[in-house]
Design a protein around this ligand. Structure first.
Ligand code: NAD
Ligand code: UDP
Ligand code: UDP
Length: 316
């Protein structure tokens, strides 16, 4: 018999994964963190290495993994456009082969398994805000397709393992999330703007900055994922997890400049290919089924994130 629930977190040394490992340990779980350190770092979980219930394993999820666990959070996948586009074939392999291996593992050990899916499955959405019923508007052959289609195929695999093998699955569609431990060179908008503003460099707005996103603070997001995992087998999702506070990219830049009191100027660069014009989750389902909604406002979340980046930049 195992006193502690054994939980596998793939991508556990990444931004979201490291926060998840921390919270699972706080709840008394026995945590196995698996990561190939493609975008994550040992630094993100260094403070957990001496914890008796924490284990870190270097492994690429595109290869089979034989371990004994009770629950699996499948987060392994680069999430930032610059990172997932660097080796797009590997990105699709990670999403698809990674999902097959983790589902095969879940099937063998009869574990509950949660997939970190994404709002990108909605592509450049024609429906606003996005509900889970919307099937999306995704380019299958563009620069973002390795990620978007990889994640869509992973969802398909999860639902087929559920129907075909009766697996207990949970699919979370995560919307833009930010917070401490985003990589300094991550390339995502929140980290870029904060680092640029702290260094007094120009803030790079892609396009005219009128495109929108809705930003969720990491603690809220992790709470949503854990509530989803805790739900009974009848609820599989997919369920949107994100913050409904929509803002333009230009508003985000202005907010970051104001909080930091930075002298940075806004400069405009070309909009990347297939960059979605708008994005905002409809979170009615998460409210109803998980009794979840985010509680951190963007000002408070950005302050915490800015403090983190200040300490990282100070360390050099
Ligand atoms: P991240 O890049 O910080 O973390 C991903 C982790 O996965 C990294 O530690 C990386 O090294 C690891 N990884 C990548 N390929 C791997 C492989 N083949 N085998 C083992 N490990 C591998 O990104 P994140 O923001 O923490 O995202 C975590 C998950 O959440 C991803 O699946 C991402 O698609 C999803 N997601 C994140 C957001 C967001 O806004 N942060 C939004 C939607 C979905
Ligand atoms: N797999 C794994 N760990 C396990 C069990 C399976 O990594 O504990 C991998 C295995 O390599 C296989 C994949 O998961 O390629 C899918 O497993 P499944 O049992 O569904 O299919 P099959 O083995 O019949 O291909
Ligand atoms: N963006 C920007 N400047 C940057 C980085 C990103 O204007 O330095 C824009 C990007 O074009 C997109 C939005 O901010 O419209 C969010 O980008 P991110 O890469 O964070 O996430 P995603 O596009 O996947 O939502």
């Amino acid at each position: 018999m195992h006193e502690n629930k054994r939980v596998l977190v793939t991508g556990g040394a990444g931004f979201l994964g490291s926060h998840l490992c921390e919270r699972l340990l706080e709840q008394g779980c026995d945590v196995l963190c698996v990561d190939n350190f493609y975008t994550g770092t040992k630094h993100n979980v260094q403070h957990l290495l001496n914890h008796p219930m924490f284990e870190l394993m270097r492994h690429d999820v595109t290869f089979p993994l034989y371990v004994e666990v009770d629950e699996i959070y499948n987060l392994a996948c680069p999430a930032s456009p610059i990172h997932y586009q660097r080796d797009p074939v590997q990105t699709t392999k990670t999403s698809v082969h990674g999902a097959i291996n983790m589902l095969g593992l879940a099937k063998r050990v009869n574990a509950k398994i949660l997939q970190a899916s994404t709002s990108e499955v909605y592509g450049d959405p024609a429906v606003h805000p996005q509900t889970e019923e919307y099937w999306g508007n995704v380019n299958p052959v563009g620069a973002r397709s390795c990620y978007d289609e990889g994640k869509r195929c992973a969802e398909t695999l999860f639902f087929d393992y559920h129907r075909q093998h009766n697996l207990q699955i949970k699919v979370a569609r995560i919307f833009n999330t930010y917070g401490p431990r985003m990589h300094v060179n991550d390339g995502r908008v929140v980290s870029n703007f904060i680092v640029q503003a702290l260094k007094g460099e120009d803030i790079t707005i892609y396009g005219d900055g009128s495109q929108t996103r809705s930003f969720c603070y990491v603690d809220d997001l992790i709470d949503g994922l854990m509530r989803l995992m805790a739900r009974g087998p009848e609820f599989t999702g997919p369920v949107n997890i994100g913050n409904t506070g929509e803002m333009t990219v230009r508003q985000l830049a202005e907010t970051v400049i104001e909080i930091i009191g930075s002298s940075s100027k806004l400069i405009y660069k070309p909009l990347p290919e297939d960059d979605p014009l708008q994005r905002q989750p409809d979170i009615s389902l998460a409210k109803k089924e998980l009794d979840w909604c985010p509680s951190t406002n963007v000002q408070a979340g950005l302050r915490n994130t800015i403090s983190y980046f200040e300490s990282v930049l100070d360390r050099g």
